[in-house]
Design a protein around this ligand. Structure first.
Ligand SMILES: [Zn+2]
Length: 142
């Protein structure tokens, strides 16, 4: 569950595009259908650039794993270290994470995509609030 790297990512560019064509998740190997949101990470580690594609289910699990430990371990990008969650962390994963293992891609899209869009919406509002009114034609212009 925890891939340990000696190096530190020089770049870790994580984006959440909507698939224009089908992709394959680099972690679980399942298809990411066109129209589904997914995670695309452009990373540079020790001078090697790589692109990792993850379905939202694996992405959610990945993000959860990052919060475990003392932030000194980074989960394997493909979640394939072969360790059992329970064996490594001494307890079972939280229910919402465990439930992901049995969810279909469509269910994951429905569950993950909406909060993500809501998050993005909130972020956009936050950023908009920080900008001077003159930058935002829809705000403050009279
Ligand atoms: Zn996956």
């Amino acid at each position: 569950m925890s891939g340990q790297y000696d190096g530190v990512y020089a770049v870790y560019d994580e984006r959440f595009p909507v698939a224009r064509k089908p992709h394959q998740c680099g972690a679980c190997g399942e298809a990411i259908a066109a129209g589904h949101r997914y995670a695309r990470v452009g990373a540079i580690l020790d001078g090697h650039a790589s692109t990792i594609v993850r379905c939202l289910r694996c992405q959610t699990i990945h993000e959860h794993l990052r919060t475990l430990g003392d932030h000194d371990v980074w989960p394997d990008e493909r979640l394939d270290c072969g360790e059992e969650y329970r064996g490594h962390w001494g307890h079972d994963p939280p229910e919402h994470i465990a439930a992901l293992a049995f969810a279909t891609p469509d269910e994951v899209q429905a569950a993950c995509a909406k909060p993500l869009e809501a998050q993005l919406g909130a972020l956009t509002r936050e950023i908009t609030a920080l900008l001077p009114p003159s930058w935002c034609p829809t705000r403050g212009a009279k």
